[in-house]
Design a protein around this ligand. Structure first.
Ligand code: 0L1
Ligand code: MG
Length: 262
């Protein structure tokens, strides 16, 4: 049975997930005891904990944007999480994997909001605020044992958000469907897909975000990012490697991970 929990339980779960993320130690799932509504409250408390440590809200991300993932989880709607300043890795920086639980990487499309998005922004306002797109890599890292979770578990765990890397921004275009996406590890092609794997068209992901915003939006600053969803399956992120994603006609993005002993 799922239930909506009092604030104290929400806060306790958020603290457990926050500690698991900071220490890189997996925890047990909360399972069906957590409702979807409670899970978003946990997520909001997680954001408060990060903001209290001096991080800044830098955007949002979507999950379950592929038909396969939706079917696997038995859901019809995407899920949304938050991004903060400390999650961004700049191209050229080396990302240490110590402190991660079981990181995976996936190629995405990112949208940029050129102006602040107020909490009460309409769908039209949100769409009109986007001024640029970029290729992106998202590192996901579930804080649960075995990378396994229920829908509410993964929402509470901020949709497995861990880190993200952005390629060069290019002026906004809505011509984003059907572009080939290639993911390479140390120069070898590991996954190929298409941007159409993102809800048929990354623009549909942006529209889905705009529809969900009144329920989950807390306001976004100018320059905030939306990670629209993965164009291929996520692959394990190895230490001491270079990961590259190329989105045809949009550009490329690269991430370097530190060796296992650093
Ligand atoms: O960004 C994502 O697609 C991840 C969504 C959460 C599910 C997962 O961790 O695979
Ligand atoms: Mg993702």
């Amino acid at each position: 049975m799922t239930t909506t929990h009092p604030d104290q339980i929400i806060n306790d779960i958020a603290r457990k997930l926050d500690q698991a993320q900071r220490e890189g130690v997996a925890i047990n799932q909360f399972g069906d005891l957590l409702s979807l509504e409670s899970a978003y409250k946990v997520q909001s408390e997680l954001l408060s904990l990060r903001l209290a440590r001096g991080e800044q809200l830098s955007g949002a991300k979507l999950g379950f944007t592929s038909q396969a993932k939706m079917a696997q989880m038995g859901v019809k709607e995407v899920i949304v999480g938050f991004l903060t300043s400390s999650m961004q890795v700049n191209e050229g920086e080396q990302l240490p994997l110590t402190g991660s639980v079981h990181p995976r990487v996936e190629p995405e499309i990112a949208f940029r909001f050129g102006q602040p998005v107020p909490p009460d922004a309409s769908e039209e306002q949100i769409l009109a605020s986007v001024d640029a797109v970029a290729p992106a890599l998202e590192i996901i890292d579930s804080r649960y044992l075995n990378f396994s979770f229920s829908l509410a578990d993964v929402v509470a765990d901020n949709t497995s958000a861990s880190r993200y890397v952005l390629g060069e921004w290019t002026s906004f275009t809505d011509d984003l469907a059907g572009r080939t996406v290639t993911l390479l590890v140390d120069g070898s092609i590991t996954e190929t897909g298409t941007t159409s794997a993102i809800l048929g068209d990354p623009m549909n992901a942006l529209r889905a975000f705009a529809r969900m915003y009144p329920r989950h939006g807390t306001g976004l600053p100018a320059g905030a990012v939306l990670l629209a969803g993965a164009a291929t399956a996520a692959v394990p992120l190895p230490p001491g490697s270079t990961i590259t994603a190329i989105v045809a006609g949009i550009g490329g993005v690269e991430l370097e991970t530190a060796g296992a002993d650093s």
